[in-house]
Ligand binder design. Structure first.
Ligand code: NAI
Length: 247
């Protein structure tokens, strides 16, 4: 298990699903966690789970697309905790529809949260991380950003963008001992996938060699590895966690 004792880890979209599992996993490895989501009250369940691990927890209500708010959160965390060691850009949304029906609003909304939100948080933590000569940034991408998907042009573009952003940030910050890596989950059992039409789910399942959905903890385990010193010579990498769906 990764040793993250006394590290400070910021997790966006931490109220539920993969973000919640990441927060709990990092806490179980000893990290103090900073939970961000659209509404602070949505974070109550995650706070309780994190506290069971005996670490410190802070919560912020922040929309990742609001650059000023993101800067304020990062400044406040640095002031309160003295540092930020780990950033997990997990907040994400889908607005799936075929290209011909996709509105500009659907395009912009998904690109804003998934890609611009990742950029804004990464930019905000870059300075304190460079200054302290230490940092691990882990971005939650998607296999769809690697292989594309009908009905998800906006989502695929945003996650492909996250992968390209990750590699560029990795190259820019490597000399300051700040690493940036991405995880590309496959089909994970969360609210995001619960409402997919049954035929889409069946089609996905038939494409997964391991014949089961991933659990949020499967992603959290890999995030903890990328956040800790076991991966200290890895940067700019994309680890696919998809039950073999993408090889
Ligand atoms: P989810 O919908 O269960 O949770 C997303 C969280 O992000 C929610 O708590 C939501 O309130 C928060 N959020 C959304 N917009 C936000 C904003 N503008 N500012 C702050 N917080 C915001 O989703 P899930 O499944 O846990 O996904 C987490 C990440 O994993 C996303 O980036 C998603 O694209 C990615 N992913 C999920 C897969 C899946 O199969 N569930 C597969 C591949 C990637």
């Amino acid at each position: 298990m990764a040793d993250l004792k006394d590290k400070v880890a910021v997790v966006t979209g931490a109220a539920r699903g993969i973000g919640q599992a990441i927060a709990v996993k990092l806490a179980s490895c000893g990290a103090n966690v900073v939970l961000c989501d659209l509404k602070e009250e949505w974070l109550e369940e995650t706070v309780a789970l994190v506290k069971e691990q005996g670490v410190e927890v802070l919560t912020y209500s922040v929309n990742v697309i609001d650059g000023e708010a993101v800067k304020e959160v990062v400044a406040d965390v640095v002031k309160t905790c003295g540092k930020i060691d780990i950033l997990v850009n997990n907040a994400g949304i889908t607005k799936d529809t075929l290209l011909s029906r996709m509105s500009e609003e659907d395009w912009d909304a998904v690109l804003d949260v998934n890609l611009k939100g990742t950029f804004l948080f990464t930019k905000a933590v870059a300075r304190p991380m460079m200054k302290q000569r230490y940092g691990a940034i882990v971005n939650i991408a998607s296999i769809i950003g690697l292989i594309g998907n009908a009905g998800q042009a906006n989502y695929a573009a945003s996650k492909g963008g996250v992968i390209a952003l990750t590699k560029s940030v990795a190259k820019e910050l490597a000399s300051r001992n700040v690493r940036a890596n991405a995880v590309a989950p496959g089909f994970i059992d969360t609210a995001m996938t619960k409402d997919l039409p049954e035929d889409v789910k069946n089609q996905m399942m038939s494409a997964i060699p391991m014949k089961k959905l991933g659990q949020p903890e499967d992603i959290a385990n890999v995030v903890a590895f990328l956040a800790g010193s076991d991966s200290s010579y890895m940067t700019g990498q994309v680890l696919t966690v998809s039950g073999g769906m993408v090889m």
